[in-house]
Design a protein around this ligand. Structure first.
Ligand code: IMP
Length: 223
């Protein structure tokens, strides 16, 4: 039987990226949109790896299916790694990208060392706990004002020296080639045969404990 993997995200951009990577491989892909009744995972880890694993395992345990999740963020050297795992909510729980950028600029106002990096960790977990991890980074510098209008998050403040542009001045294809997320996904893509074999072995071992994932969906026809 063809294994099913659930993307533990409701973010359609991420879903599309993962679907592109897994296209053509003998797996079926679902996402949290297919299972609207699943409660959200609590992202209270101290590292990107911890959060990615928590999100993947939470979904895998509830559904009894393997799950993939990622976590990412910006780490600034002069701020001891801030905003780090708090990147999405740096200026508060309901902060917008603009609010977060403004807070970062204010904190960096009198700081000369602008070195920073984006980090991305992808975790693939099976319900009983084991997981595979893929991690990558992208080095850059924090600008003193926004440049460019593409992308999201801290892109307008992230200067990428090798291309002489901010991330918000890159096309999506240019950004995917060099970004933390693009590189972590490329690692996963490079090992996809190994990952699928690993999943099949793990799932064969844990069949008896499998809950019925169909209780978490109203109308998903993938069964
Ligand atoms: P998450 O991985 O979806 O939890 O995203 C964490 C946060 O990190 C985002 O809301 C952004 O603020 C920031 N972030 C992660 N990746 C990027 C990126 O590629 N560009 C800009 N900001 C990013």
């Amino acid at each position: 039987m063809i294994p099913m993997i659930v993307l533990a995200t409701g973010n359609q951009n991420k879903v599309r990226e993962f679907q592109e990577i897994l296209a053509g491989f003998p797996v079926r892909i679902a996402s949290l949109k297919d299972f609207p009744k699943i409660p959200e995972a609590i992202e209270d880890g101290k590292t990107f790896e911890e959060n990615a694993y928590k999100k993947a395992l939470h979904t895998a345990k509830i559904l009894g299916l393997p799950a993939i999740a990622d976590d990412s963020g910006l780490c600034v050297d002069a701020l001891d790694g801030e905003p780090g795992v708090y990147s999405a909510r740096y200026a508060g729980e309901t902060a917008s990208d603009d609010d977060n950028c403004r807070k970062l600029l204010a904190k960096m106002e009198n700081i000369g060392n602008r070195q920073a990096r984006f980090a991305c960790v992808i975790s693939i977990a099976v319900p009983s706990g084991p997981a595979l991890t893929y991690e990558d980074f992208c080095e850059g510098e924090i600008l003193r004002e926004k440049r460019g209008v593409s992308g999201f998050g801290y892109d307008p403040l992230f200067w990428f020296p090798p291309l002489g542009k901010s991330f918000a001045e890159l096309s999506p294809a240019e950004k995917n080639r060099v970004s933390h997320r693009g590189k972590a996904l490329a690692q996963l893509r490079g090992e996809i045969d190994k990952v699928i074999m690993w999943l099949e072995q793990r799932l064969a071992e844990e069949k008896p404990a499998k809950p019925d994932h169909r209780q978490f969906t109203d109308d998903w026809s993938g069964k």
